[in-house]
Ligand binder design. Structure first.
Ligand SMILES: NC(=O)c1ccc[n+]([C@@H]2O[C@H](COP(=O)([O-])OP(=O)(O)OC[C@H]3O[C@@H](n4cnc5c(N)ncnc54)[C@H](OP(=O)(O)O)[C@@H]3O)[C@@H](O)[C@H]2O)c1
Length: 326
């Protein structure tokens, strides 16, 4: 333990479920480090598109749990290790790491320190900045679970990524390319199209302004092999309509409205469940061919409420909080 006499930390937490204004600065105890945990001194925390649902009490209601307040949000982040649990031998104090910790029982990443199960932690790939590492785990794992584990994407497949300039989508475009697929990026806005092209999409359109069905027909005249949906509604329906019989569609839970069933397709919803294997798989992929993790804006921790408000606006990639030294 190298915290010296430090027993409290800065955090942004909620005292009740509610809107962005429920997020407030707190001084809280540094979390206990269990035998399987590492304590991370957080430099950057990702702001998840799903964080407002947690802030409003959606997950608590869904899971039937009554959390303790103050409640620290934040499901991902990066920093250096401040302490290691008794049973952890893979990490040492000072290691630069990133972590996933959705609904982490010892508190989230909107805090100076977080105690996380060591299985959800990996060294920061040298190809990423600490800021990029802070936002990559949730969307990276979700993109990989979708493309690899759910769609079983193969070399040569014609894939459409709907929401291709968002958090999950912009990583999915890059991962699908390195898996050998041809990628039609259905992005948001002209800036989203420009990002998708820069990330290597074979074709890119603005799904808010251009005709997705026509673009899909031109891209894959015999039908798409697969679609990853990170946005729902009309644009999703148009893409699903253009999948060939026997093709596959996947969407992470949370995408609304969910696509209608089509009897000749496999349409699966899934979760970006983190575990040691997939975090290491993501790190390996980043290590062999670096991902461009796009950070739209980084707010100081104390401005977490503004960061949450920005989630309702148009932006590319991810939103980040600067917590510590950074
Ligand atoms: N279950 C899980 O484990 C899990 C994990 C991660 C994410 N998710 C869910 O997956 C979804 C995506 O997450 P995310 O972090 O990638 O969110 P995100 O960053 O908001 O990405 C969604 C993207 O879709 C774009 N979009 C909306 N309508 C569009 C249209 N008509 N054409 C083209 N693009 C359009 C949005 O653009 P604008 O910026 O213009 O709005 C945004 O860039 C969310 O519903 C989230 O809750 C679930």
């Amino acid at each position: 333990m190298t915290l010296g006499t430090k027993t409290t930390m800065r955090a942004v937490a909620i005292d009740r479920f509610g809107g962005p204004d429920a997020l407030a600065a707190h001084t809280l105890p540094v979390p206990d480090v269990g035998p399987h945990d590492v304590l991370i001194r957080v430099e950057y925390a990702g702001v998840g598109e799903w964080d407002p649902f947690e802030r409003e009490g959606g997950y608590a209601q869904m899971l039937g749990v009554q959390p303790d307040f103050p409640y620290v949000l934040g499901s991902e982040g990066a920093g250096d290790i401040a302490a290691v649990g008794a049973d952890v031998d893979r990490f040492s104090v000072g290691d630069r790491v990133y972590a996933a910790g959705f609904l982490n029982p010892k508190g989230g990443f909107y805090a100076e320190y977080v105690a996380v199960d060591a299985d959800l932690v990996a060294p920061v790939p040298p190809q990423l900045t600490m800021e990029q590492a802070g936002v990559v785990s949730g969307v990276g794992v979700t993109a990989l679970r979708g493309l690899d584990d759910t769609l079983a994407l193969e070399v040569g497949h014609a894939l459409a990524v709907v929401g291709a300039s968002g958090g999950v989508g912009h990583l999915a475009v890059q991962l699908a390319k390195r898996m050998g697929a041809r990628v039609l990026a259905v992005a948001s806005g002209r800036d989203g199209v420009a990002l998708a092209e820069q990330l290597g999409a074979d074709a890119a359109i603005d799904g808010r302004a251009e005709r997705t069905a026509d673009a899909a027909d031109a891209f894959a005249p015999d039908g798409l092999d697969a679609v990853l949906l990170t946005a729902g509604g009309t644009v999703a329906k148009k893409a699903v309509d253009r999948v060939r019989p026997g093709g596959r569609v996947a969407y992470p839970t949370g995408v609304q409205p969910v696509p209608d069933e089509r009897p000749d397709l496999t349409i699966s919803n899934y979760n970006g469940e983190p575990d040691r294997e997939i975090i290491e798989r993501l790190s390996r992929l980043i290590g062999t061919d670096p991902l461009d993790v796009h950070v739209a804006h980084t707010f100081p921790l104390d401005e977490a409420a503004q960061a949450h408000r920005m989630l309702d606006q148009h932006y590319l990639g991810k939103i980040c909080l600067r917590v510590g030294a950074g």
